[in-house]
Design a protein around this ligand. Sequence first.
Ligand code: GLU
Length: 296
Amino acid sequence: MCGIVGYIGHKKVSTVLLDGLRRLEYRGYDSAGIAVINGGSIQVVRSAGKLRDLEESLRLTNLEGTFGVGHTRWATHGRPTEENAHPHRDCTGSLVVVHNGIIENYKDLKRELSAVGHQFKTETDTEVIAHLIEENRKKTPGLALEEGVRRAVPRLQGSYAFAAISTQDPQKIVAARNGPPLVIGLGKDEYFVASDIPAILHHTRDVFFLDDREMAVVTDGGVVITNADGHTVKKSVQRITWDPIMAEKAGFKHFMLKEIYEQPRAIRDTLLGRVSQESGRIFLDEMEISDQEFRD
Ligand code: GLU
């Protein structure tokens, strides 16, 4: 289970992203990164380890921009290194993706995309999403990011939540879900994408969740949701009335009670992005638990 945060608005983007990621730390992670777009240029800062390592790298970079995405990664495919940390770029470096989950057919897609000239730089399954979108846009010059994503999604097998941004699509975040949760937050002239409500609750209380196989196009003018057939979906906005502390307690009287009741969901959410729906294989490689230890 990793953390995704996206932001379009008037506040300092990198600060909002980092703060959101911090509030998703409870989900567990091994590396982190953010990408911010400023006009025609994109800046990506990533780091292995904890968010304070990322913060350190950010201190050395002046990350200015008007929208961006951030990610805490819990590796399933590829070592927990800086190179494998999200966001991942396409060949041009102008489009990036953050992703939670597993793309089960990534090897086939990688082979197919490499054969038509795409250069892969990481060991992750995620990188294929960026190159797939790039390929769709290469075939149809001028194709909007959401259309590139819409054409990529049916090619992806597995469970995923992801968000993509591109310098060619100013003030726009495209997010898609098939499995791991994604919440959209509506603020005053600002919009958010996140893996869970606490990441954005300090900024807005008006939210809605994407359902499976839905896609959100978030711009500075609003949010449009479409389903797998491309039809617009009307969502009712949920107003979260809890204060941030209550939200962290999810309405329970105290944290211990919350943790007891949350156990089934915590296990389900933790494993959701790490179980292959096709083979039933569980990806916990980096924990290096031997077969014998499991048996014991
Ligand atoms: N499968 C992806 C990776 O290994 C995403 C992992 C995650 O959900 O953090 O990079």
